[in-house]
Design a binder for this molecule. Sequence first.
Ligand code: HEM
Length: 470
Amino acid sequence: MENVVLICVLMTLLHLLWQVFFRKNKRDSHERAKLPPGSMGWPYIGETLQLYSQDPNVFFATKQRRYGDIFKTHILGCPCVMLASPEAARFVLVTQSHLFKPTYPKSKEKFIGPSALFFHQGDYHFRMRKLVQGPLSPDAIRNLVTDIEVLAVSALESWVGNKVINTFQEMKKISFEVGILAIFGRLESHYRKELKKNYSILEKGYNSFPTKIPGTPYKKALSARKRLSEILSTIIRERKEKRSIEKDLLGCLLNAKDDKGEVLTEGQIADNIIGVLFAAQDTTASVMTWILKYLHDDPKLLEAVKAEQKAIYMSNEEAHHPLTWTQTRNMPITYKVVLESLRMASIISFTFREAVTDVEYKGYLIPKGWKVMPLFRNIHHNPDFFSNPQKFDPSRFETAPKPYTFMPFGSGVHSCPGYDLAKLEMLIMTHHLVTKFSWEVVGSQSGIQYGPFPIPLQGLPARFWRESTS
Ligand code: HEM
């Protein structure tokens, strides 16, 4: 008995000594570590004006040239460390992701809903992510091919005529409908219309000035968010009454039970549905708009894509048979165009995390509470990883990029669960676009607009017409 007590006392002493030693060493190493190079700009506003008064990519690239792959700055009221190397992105997003939590502006959390998975870390995030991943996996979305085709064809048909289309706005309609399809399956059209109407009011509030004044985008967005919850409640009630077990996202969320047999609340379900719509719509629409532009600007490449797609079109007896999942997985030229568009456009130029403790990386200190931003676009446009990075060249994807140099869908615990669906949508859209339609971009201005994702200027105004089949 005495021996046991002695061993316990010794173990406790050892533990205490180890803790004191370890903590001291940790503190010492943090004391030794210095902040990364960089400039913090003016008090409070920091370098926000410099960032927003120029192309953000020029801002980041200039800093990277001056300070290297890791540098500090101060934007939007927060001290930040920016990371422009694949190793650093891996450190923050993958290997040491527990030291960094996701962070979003408060308004996003308010409008989307605080239970949406991307605001979380740890057990709740893990659980929600598993639920969201299932209905977005290749096994589930292979059943959506025909429905996505129908959406793409009917959208393209509606663009034909002498009118000028805002390509991005039209692509948003498609990506919204595809999001609805993945979430609810075939949802009745009056619900789709109501969801669309209110979601479009909501999204105008995401970046608007917070105020209680009636009639402002912010106030309208708050009311629209309430109505969205009510619509979702009605849809959920109907589902429950039907007692049908669907495999779409709503079905998975409704049937989920945790270890204690607890189901998700309606609030948690609504926040995650709105979260998925938010994550799916502008992202996919921006990339599809860029694909149209890149193909338009490179007639030789367009011919190659057309040839690949026409072969599939002919084997389906000129679209008398629907596209198959297998066909969508065998479009090598078009697939490389999709990848190169994702790289060139890098529509998610960077992401935000926040250090939950003092972190040391490569001798630099990232203090607790500081924002950390892996700069995807700078990595995608670094000539060390992609030669002649400003050239649109899908053939570069004949060889796989080096690890962590190509992250259009992020990486690690928060990486995009919708990437297979997004790619499928882009491939189906391109198939129908190039086999049956032609288009010309209107206006000679070329440039980038941020809203907030980079899109071609004015959403790429274009005219479409049906190609003669003779
Ligand atoms: C081309 C289209 C898309 C791009 C470029 C894209 C990109 C990304 C990126 C970079 C992230 C990670 C952000 C971070 O680490 O902070 C992300 C997360 C996410 N994406 Fe996508 N995405 C696209 C389409 C979609 C679609 C179609 C869906 C769903 C139908 C979707 C659902 C999500 C969700 C739910 C998350 C949060 C995951 C988590 O926090 O665990 N995305 N996306």
